[in-house]
Design a binder for this molecule. Structure first.
Ligand code: SF4
Length: 766
């Protein structure tokens, strides 16, 4: 653990949260004393991964100070400022729990030996009856690369199961699929600092000011340099309010709009023909496909006036250097991959990839959402973005792991498909880490039935999440600053997380729990680690030669450079901040244009369900809220969900601001407060998704998924809005059948449809 006191400023020794809440954090015993150590590290929340110092006194983390890293320039947002309060939080899990008395029983204290032996005994019993694939791992991307890597290896080597996937399936899989397919590599192509070089910003489906607050400083500086800002969003977000052009699109219609942009660029003679000829293939099919989207046609589909489409396309198309940034607004869709491909087509036609300040990029949401999708915890992936079906990749990784290649399992089920397998009894036990399925998966009533079918459901977490509440065994793990490791931020910059304190009570570091489970399974020889560094050094070798090559990224190099961009194939390499300057990552060095056509969302508004319901984040919370809903300041700012309604819709229905209302979809119903605001389309409702139980919007969302990458369509479904004072609806929530293996495919439609052509066609690439 390295400690740096160079930036210590006693005038800032006051903890930020003291000022906001008036109360010291739990465990603070020395308010009159200055911290002894400042531990340099990074925030645990979003994909920006801001630099910060943790203040340590008497071995406890007692506060935070901003730290200057190249990408955050010393800034922190409200979440980063209070992240450290998780460390001594009274709700931390400090000892293992076992549910006694069967499924209806209570979670009670257990010893580690009792809990781990029980889990291993059940896994061995299940696997003896049904084979190794009956036990699955559902992992996450808010953990270090070391832990994400370990989870993929544990599933395949420890459990010998093919079923491992992670919560990035729910957020980054559309973008990952599209970038790998079109460009051969799934990474943001440029560093954040490149925003200063761009001459036009097109932000599509990103509430950037709330989701990535610290990133906004780069955007404002780009605007100060004269770059116009175009925002495409059904809501007038904080970002959209400051845009030069706001295009209030109907959610789920992005391809129509983006194809219309490209058509206009073509008709205005703004295609970089030389670039297209030299550096791409597939252009003619795209040129032909977008002809079907004149601005008037696009207007009818997406609800944006034709003249605004033309104006935006010209603003974008005339800039010498332009950058498209997109996020879950277009990616959480049954056509998420197509939406991202439409952005890439536009940027390729303008010859932007490879230019400083130019191109297109996804904005990765989770703290380690980039690294977590490279290290081998995806259903079809091995470390370094290798593919599990590729014989060479399998042989290489099997050798690193010390197993015969024949023992390497094949491709498993995607996270969204696992639900059906749980319901059918094909998966009988699941180890969940860093994920909260009961809040984050769509149509959560059926998710609950599926996971209640598991015996045991095993959860590693540091708070009792809504999913852990249903578990048979809960194992207390660590928060981010109780261990060391690395994360890869949304730029592709690998940063170092340093340990500031130890897990509380009997809680353990996550990797120690996994290694102990492996040992009890009789597979301890493959998990001989004594530290996160040893796991990292193995991962570097496992990734060597892969698309995401981390071999040259040592802890020391990260410290020396304050971050290293992958690919970094040798110890001498400084890393690769900017991609595609000379060639794309396909074997012929050329990018692929991919023609996409508009397809409607799985469920369009109409009849009894006239609104479009869309969901998203707010600045005060992170993902399922399992962490941020427990942090006093953050929760006080957004303690419950609400539904945003346009004044015209509210007036029509007689709804007042702050009145409690009922929102109903074909899957469920919830009651919550109305926020009447002009900052949303009149045909659209918005509900934030960070809440649990009866406040979870995923009671309402549709479990339809993109056919290739299986990402759910969180951003669009049909909904009805009702006054609560009105008599209850004659029609109750739709009756649900009890599931059986026979009807499970019908009840779990997001797993409907076995993987057909597309996943295999692009599976190698994402
Ligand atoms: Fe943390 Fe993201 Fe906020 Fe930075 S912008 S402090 S990484 S939540």
């Amino acid at each position: 653990m390295s400690v740096n006191k160079d930036f210590f400023d006693p005038t800032r020794a006051f903890n930020y949260d003291f000022q906001s809440t008036g109360a010291p954090p739990t465990g603070w015993e020395g308010a009159d004393r200055l911290p002894e150590n400042l531990v340099p590290t990074h925030c645990c929340f979003c994909g920006v991964q801001c630099g910060m110092y943790l203040e340590v006194l008497d071995g406890s983390v007692v506060g935070v100070q901003p730290r200057f890293s190249p990408h955050n320039q010393g800034s922190l947002c409200p979440k980063g400022v209070v992240a450290y309060q998780q460390v001594g939080h009274p709700a931390r899990l400090t000892y293992p729990l076992i549910r006694r008395g069967g499924k209806g029983g209570r979670l009670e204290r257990a010893t580690w030996d009792e809990a781990l032996d029980y889990v291993v005994h059940r896994w061995q019993e299940i696997q003896a009856q049904q084979g190794p694939d009956a036990v699955a791992v559902y992992s996450g991307s808010s953990m270090t690369n070391e832990k994400c890597y370990l989870m993929g290896k544990f599933a395949r080597v420890g459990l010998r199961s093919r079923h491992v996937d992670y919560n990035g399936r729910l957020c980054m899989s559309s973008a990952a699929g599209a970038y790998a397919k079109a460009l051969g590599i799934d990474r943001c192509p440029l560093p954040m600092t490149d925003l200063l070089l761009t001459e036009c910003l097109l932000v599509v489906g990103s509430n950037m000011a709330e989701c990535f607050p610290v990133m906004m400083q780069w955007l404002w500086r780009a605007r100060d340099n004269g770059a116009p800002l175009i925002v495409v969003d059904p809501r007038q977000t904080a970002l959209a309010r400051t845009a030069d052009l706001w295009l209030p699109i109907k959610s789920g219609t992005d391809v129509a709009l983006l194809n219309a942009f490209l058509r206009q660029v073509i008709h205005d003679g703004l295609v970089d023909e030389e670039y297209v000829r030299q550096r791409t293939v597939g252009w003619e099919a795209v040129r032909e496909a977008v002809e079907a989207y004149p601005p008037e046609v696009a207007e009818r589909i997406c609800g944006v006036p034709a003249e605004r489409i033309i104006a935006a396309a010209r603003l974008y198309g005339r800039a010498n250097r332009s950058l498209i940034m997109h996020a879950r607004g277009i990616e959480h869709s049954t056509h998420g991959v197509d939406n991202c491909l439409a952005c890439i087509n536009l940027a390729l036609a303008r010859g932007q990839f490879g230019k400083p300040g130019g191109g297109a990029t996804m904005l990765t949401g989770q703290g380690n959402g980039q690294g977590g999708r490279e290290v081998g915890q995806k259903a079809n992936q091995l470390p370094g973005y290798r593919h599990i079906d590729d014989p060479e990749d399998r042989t290489y990784v099997a050798k690193v792991w010390g197993i015969p290649v024949e023992e390497m399992p094949g491709e498993g089920a995607a996270a969204t498909e696992m639900v059906r397998l749980m319901a059918e009894g094909q998966i009988r036990s699941c180890l969940v880490i860093c994920s909260n399925l009961m809040v984050s998966l769509p149509d959560n009533a059926v998710v609950q039935r599926a996971i209640e079918n598991l015996d045991p459901l095993v959860v590693i977490d540091f708070f009792l999440s809504e999913t852990a509440e249903l578990a048979d065994v809960v194992l207390p793990g660590n928060v981010w600053c109780e261990d060391e490791g690395t994360t890869t931020n949304l730029e592709g910059r690998v940063v170092k997380i340093n340990q500031a304190t130890n897990p509380p009570g009997e809680a353990r570091r996550d990797w120690e729990i996994i290694c102990d489970l492996a040992r009890r399974l009789g597979r301890g020889q493959f998990f001989p680690y004594h530290s996160a560094r040893e796991i990292w050094d193995e991962y570097r070798v496992a990734s060597k030669g892969g698309v995401a090559d981390y071999f040259g990224i040592t802890y020391e190099k990260i410290d020396a450079q304050d971050g290293v961009f992958w690919p970094c194939p040798t110890l001498e390499s400084p890393g690769t901040p900017r991609l595609f300057t000379e060639r794309f990552a396909h074997p012929d060095g050329k990018a692929r244009f991919v023609a996409v056509t508009y397809q409607p969302p799985a469920e369009e508004p109409g009849g009894d369900f006239p609104f479009r319901l869309t969901t998203g984040r707010v600045v005060y919370h992170y993902l399922s809220g399992n962490q941020t809903r427990r942090l006093g300041f953050l929760n006080s700012q957004a303690p419950e969900p609400w539904v945003e309604i346009h004044p015209r819709a509210a007036q029509y229905l007689g709804i007042q601001n702050e009145e409690r209302v009922r929102v109903r979809t074909r899957r469920g119903v919830m009651e919550l407060k109305a926020l009447v605001t002009e900052a949303i389309r009149p045909d659209t409702l918005f509900i934030p998704f960070h809440y649990g139980h009866r406040e979870a919007v995923n009671q309402l969302t549709i479990p339809a998924v993109d056919p290739t990458v299986k990402i759910p369509e969180y951003k669009e479904c049909a909904a009805r809005l009702e006054r609560i004072e009105a008599p209850p609806e004659a029609e109750p929530a739709p009756p649900r059948e009890n599931f059986t293996p026979a009807n499970a495919p019908k009840m779990f439609p997001y797993a409907r449809g076995e993987r057909k052509g597309p996943v295999k066609e692009v599976g190698k690439e994402f």
